[in-house]
Design a protein around this ligand. Structure first.
Ligand SMILES: [Zn+2]
Length: 431
């Protein structure tokens, strides 16, 4: 019977004896109370090393009463569970020291069982707030924070940090450090494994950081988006690395440039007295950037902005023709945009840059300038069309960090946030 209770509580200490199980009220809640005794046999003195009996057969180590402790466990069948544990005390007659019996499931001078700590650590790897964990495990928030901080020792050491062959870098809004609003994140481009998180994205700090890593010269590819100045890292720290710009950001930049142009063109049309066409351009903005290969030529249907009786049924392609007839500038821009987009989708970097260098003279000036901005990233964009690496995995991580930040209602300490991000990414394993 007693062994069954121990089995249910997952306690394997053979010197632990369960004496009674009862219901009591603690802090106005019904609580399951287990009375137990921990009494291992006497052993040699820890201070002076005396054996239990000396050579003359006289007892040196004697039992010396019991110490009453209260240990909090995890809930049992939705009922708070505590153990009133009597720990055996011992006395050494040689050196007059006293000590108390200890067991693996609770540390000396602690009142929270290791089971609870394990549960807290398991919950810390999930996207939940610290207050939720505290409530769920019936401990205080400082206890949870303390356990979180104690995991710091599991973090990988800077001096031993190996950089991967493909390094993805990005930034995310953290709001925790006073020196920089944005924090820096980098990960392995092949496996998606998190490499590190830094409180700042300042180039000087990043340079010293990467220089202290074990193998900065082993980084072959640096994957980044277009917003930041991380290319300079390739010159300073990673001399052998090829810069790869994330493809998604190139497409995004082109789309944004085209949409900006469309809005300007609409305003121009409105100013020239055309009321209906701008509205149509607005409602069909998606059609204008749609891949030309996927435009439907066969299916006739009704359109909200092209109504009967003037337009009874139209296909997607016919609607597009009517939209482009709004102005020649739009037609030219549409043509240029899609030629570029097609070349990009086909990963044909030669024709992409030829097109970019030879944009038509009639193209809207601002739109043209924005597209030509891409030329300053020529090398990175070329590499992005040659090599298969992209920043997708790190963007996914950023989304997870955002969720974590939201469920925790923000972070106060960068260090705690870093440990939690490492935990949720399963970079540190706690046994
Ligand atoms: Zn002793």
């Amino acid at each position: 019977m007693e062994n069954s209770i121990k089995k249910m509580l997952r306690l394997t200490d053979k010197y632990l004896t369960i004496q009674d199980v009862s219901y009591e009220t603690f802090h106005q809640t019904n609580t399951l109370v287990i009375d137990a005794v921990l009494a291992p046999p006497t052993s040699a003195c820890l201070t002076c090393g005396s054996a239990v009996r000396d050579s003359k057969g006289k007892t040196v180590i004697v039992k010396n009463g019991k110490k009453m402790t209260c240990i909090r466990f995890d809930q049992f069948n939705h009922l708070p569970l505590i153990m009133r544990l009597k720990k055996q005390r011992y006395h050494c007659r040689n050196c007059h020291t006293h000590w108390t019996a200890q067991s693996y499931f609770v540390r000396p001078n602690h009142s929270i069982a290791e089971h609870v700590k394990m549960k807290i650590i398991a919950l810390l790897t999930e996207k939940v707030s610290l207050s939720f964990i505290a409530k769920h495990c019936q401990v205080s928030i400082p206890t949870v924070t303390r356990i979180l901080k104690s995991l710091k020792t599991y973090l990988p050491k800077q001096a031993k940090r190996h950089l991967p062959k493909v390094l993805m870098v990005d930034e995310f809004r953290s709001h925790v450090s006073s020196e920089d609003k944005m924090s820096f994140i980098c990960a392995d481009g092949e496996t998606g494994q998190l490499v590190d998180i830094l409180p700042t994205r300042k180039l000087s700090r990043l340079t010293t950081y990467f220089q202290t890593c074990v193998n900065p010269s082993d980084v072959d590819y640096l994957v980044t988006d277009m917003n930041a100045a991380y290319f300079q890292l390739t010159k300073k720290v990673f001399p052998h690395a090829k810069l790869v710009i994330d493809r998604f950001h190139v497409i995004k930049h082109m789309n944004q440039a085209f949409q900006d142009f469309r809005v300007r063109e609409m305003k121009r049309l409105i100013a020239s007295g055309n009321r209906t066409m701008p509205r149509k351009l607005k409602s069909h903005w998606r059609l204008l950037t749609k891949n030309r290969k996927n435009i439907n030529h066969t299916e006739y249907k009704t359109w909200r902005s092209f109504r009967a009786p003037k337009y009874p049924y139209l296909t997607e392609a016919m609607v597009l023709d009517r939209l482009l007839s709004a102005s020649t500038a739009l037609k030219v821009a549409y043509q240029a945009f899609h030629e570029l987009a097609d070349a990009f989708r086909d990963k044909d970097h030669e024709s992409f840059f030829t097109l970019l260098h030879q944009l038509p003279e009639t193209l809207d000036k601002e739109f043209r300038l924005k597209l030509q901005n891409l030329l300053s990233y020529e090398e990175g964009i070329r590499h992005s069309l040659i090599y298969p690496y992209s920043n997708g995995k790190i963007e996914a991580k950023n989304t997870h960090i955002k969720t974590l930040k939201r469920v925790s209602y923000g972070f106060k300490s960068f260090e705690n946030m870093r440990i939690r991000i490492f935990l949720t990414n399963q970079v540190i394993h706690v046994k």
